[in-house]
Design a binder for this molecule. Structure first.
Ligand code: GAR
Length: 213
C-alpha cells in the first residue's frame, strides 16, 4: 500500500488542521500529513504542527507564492489541504496541482463565496447554513463540490454562535472527505466528481441536526 503524502496550508488558528491531525489514525496509514505551510508567522496552527512533529514553512508576504512553489516542489504532495488558508492560490499553482487541492469554505457554495459569510447569512435571515468542501480550480471558491454539511438555523444567532456551529460541522465533515480520498473513493475528472467510480452530478449533502452539533 502506498501512503498518500499530504500537506496542510493554513493562515489562522488551525482548528481544522488540529482536528484532521487528531483523526489521522482513522486513515489506517493510507494518508500522512508530512508538512505544512503558512503565510502568517503568528498563526496558532504553527504550534499545533510543532506539537505533532509536522514541519511548518512560514513564508513572508513578498515571496509568498514562490515560497509556496518551492515548498510544493520539495514535498511533492499527493494532496494539498487548504484549511483556512486565506490567500488566493495563483493559477499556475492550481494548474500544476490540478485535482490535488481541496478547500473548506464556510458557506453552502455557490452561495457566499469570498469573505464575511456569517454576516451575509444573518443579514439575509437564511434558514440554512453550512460548509462546503471542494476541489480547487482557478475560479474563487468555484471548484467541484465534494461534500456539504448543512444545518437549519432554528433561532436568532450572533455571528460568534453561527461561526461556532459552523466550525463544529467543519470538524465533522473535513475528516470524512480526507478519508474518502485516502481510501481512493473520491476523485475528480474534467471538473466532475467521481465517487466510487460513479459520477456525482449534485453535491453530496450531510444534513446535521443543530442539536447534535
Ligand atoms: C474555517 O472556518 C474555514 O472554513 C475558513 O477559515 C476558517 C479557518 O478556521 N476558510 C475560508 O474562509 C476560506 N475561504 P481554522 O483556522 O480554525 O481551521
Amino acid at each position: 500500500m502506498l501512503t498518500k503524502k499530504c500537506v496542510l496550508l493554513f493562515s489562522g488558528k488551525g482548528s481544522n488542521i488540529k482536528n484532521l491531525i487528531d483523526k489521522q489514525a482513522s486513515l489506517n496509514g493510507k494518508l500522512e500529513y508530512i508538512a505544512a505551510f503558512t503565510n502568517n508567522p503568528t498563526a496558532k496552527g504553527i504550534d499545533i504542527c510543532s506539537d505533532n512533529d509536522i514541519e511548518v514553512t512560514i513564508s513572508d508576504q513578498e515571496e509568498l507564492n514562490s515560497n509556496l512553489i518551492n515548498f510544493l516542489s520539495k514535498y511533492k504532495p499527493d494532496l494539498i489541504i487548504l484549511a483556512g488558508y486565506m490567500k488566493i492560490l495563483p493559477d499556475d499553482i492550481v494548474n500544476k496541482y490540478v485535482d490535488k487541492i481541496i478547500n473548506i469554505h464556510p458557506s453552502l457554495l455557490p452561495k457566499y463565496p469570498g469573505l464575511n459569510t456569517y454576516e451575509k447569512v444573518l443579514k439575509n435571515n437564511d434558514l440554512y447554513h453550512g460548509v462546503t468542501i471542494h476541489y480547487v480550480n482557478t475560479t474563487l471558491d468555484g471548484g467541484p463540490i465534494i461534500l456539504q454539511g448543512k444545518f437549519k438555523i432554528r433561532k436568532k444567532l450572533s455571528i460568534k454562535e453561527l461561526e461556532d456551529l459552523t466550525h463544529k460541522v467543519e470538524h465533522k465533515i473535513y475528516p470524512i472527505v480526507v478519508k474518502w480520498i485516502a481510501d481512493d473513493l473520491i476523485s475528480v475528472k474534467d471538473n466532475i466528481i467521481q465517487f466510487n467510480d460513479k459520477t456525482i452530478y449534485s453535491p453530496i449533502t450531510y444534513l446535521v441536526d443543530e442539536m447534535s452539533i
